[in-house]
Unconditional design. Structure first.
Length: 316
């Protein structure tokens, strides 16, 4: 990827630039950060053949996060087995085989970058027996061996469906999901994040292959297994949801003990993705954030450019 050299460039990707840029509000345009900071991270990542969602998803905050010693690694390759209509991550192809050295490479990168807080996420890997749950744990263990003081947050898929490693196992999808979530909970992440992404009414067109109640169940299972682990979820606004629907979703998240929430603006990655139905204003995000705080969320990030891992390492 070409490293930008003009700090005045906006964070919009090339595909977004092909859309009607004039329609994008001013508050969604910002500097991508210092080219030197971007270059350092990109070089270390590229040399090891690993991935970050910061780059694969063209996150508008990657320069800021890199400068604050935070990054979100994308595990198990850059190709997803699902096809959510909002996501820029590659999909529709056969997934890559797992790189057995990936946990070590991620741990090395964390050490080289001096990261104090790391978020581990992944593409959906419905092709794997445990959908990658044990891979999260292997990477967490590798990071802790090299970086014992680095905190690790996980942002996982819903771990639904697929097959058991034991072909004769009578386990139900619910039992398989609980076991996979439990595998990660047993490794004691600093925070367990699973994004519900949008309101109940819009789940089908936005999150193909995912379900609203299924996502709530992930967060609920974490609290049942270990109430001391903070849980977190996030929504992208701009798909046509109403304020009342957002508030309803916040209530639903709190009903399963979700502690933290992020609210950000959906930006259309390309013409092949869902169009933006509304650009929420900074004032509207402030209002939604205040409602979330009043509902009891301990950690709220609400703003047009907020993403799942934005200021993830901060306690409030």
């Amino acid at each position: 990827m070409t490293v930008p050299t003009n700090q005045s460039l906006t964070s919009l990707s090339a595909s977004q630039a092909k859309l009607d840029v004039k329609s994008i509000p001013e508050w969604l345009r910002r500097s991508i950060g210092k080219a030197s900071e971007l270059s350092t991270v990109q070089r270390i990542i590229k040399q090891r053949g690993i991935h970050t969602i910061c780059e694969e998803g063209r996150c508008p905050n990657r320069g800021e996060c890199y400068a604050q010693k935070t990054a979100t690694f994308l595990l198990m390759g850059p190709t997803c087995t699902r096809a959510c209509a909002f996501c820029q991550v590659d999909k529709g192809h056969a997934p890559m085989p797992l790189d057995p050295d990936e946990p070590t490479k991620v741990a090395e990168s964390v050490k080289l970058l001096g990261l104090q807080y790391v978020v581990l996420t992944s593409v959906a890997r419905d092709d794997l027996p445990d959908q990658g749950a044990s891979w999260f744990v292997a990477t967490m263990n590798a990071i802790r061996q090299e970086n014992p003081f680095t905190q690790i947050e996980v942002l996982t898929p819903d771990f639904w469906g697929g097959r058991d490693s034991n072909p004769e196992s009578p386990a139900t999808p619910e039992e398989l999901q609980q076991h996979r979530v439990g595998t990660i909970v047993s490794a004691h992440p600093a925070c367990y994040n699973h994004n519900i992404e949008t309101v109940r009414r819009l789940q089908a067109p936005v999150r193909r292959g995912a379900k609203y109640e299924r996502s709530l169940r992930v967060l609920e299972r974490v609290k049942q297994l270990d109430p001391t682990i903070p849980t977190k979820s996030g929504l992208m606004l701009g798909h046509g949801e109403t304020e009342a629907e957002v508030v309803e979703t916040l209530h639903d998240l709190r009903s399963v003990g979700c502690d933290r929430v992020t609210l950000g603006q959906y930006l259309r990655p390309s013409l092949e993705h869902l169009p933006v139905q509304k650009y929420w204003t900074p004032e509207e995000f402030d209002r939604m954030g205040q409602i979330a705080r009043e509902l009891g969320f301990s950690h709220v990030r609400s703003g047009p450019l907020v993403r799942s891992s934005y200021h993830a390492g901060e306690s409030s």
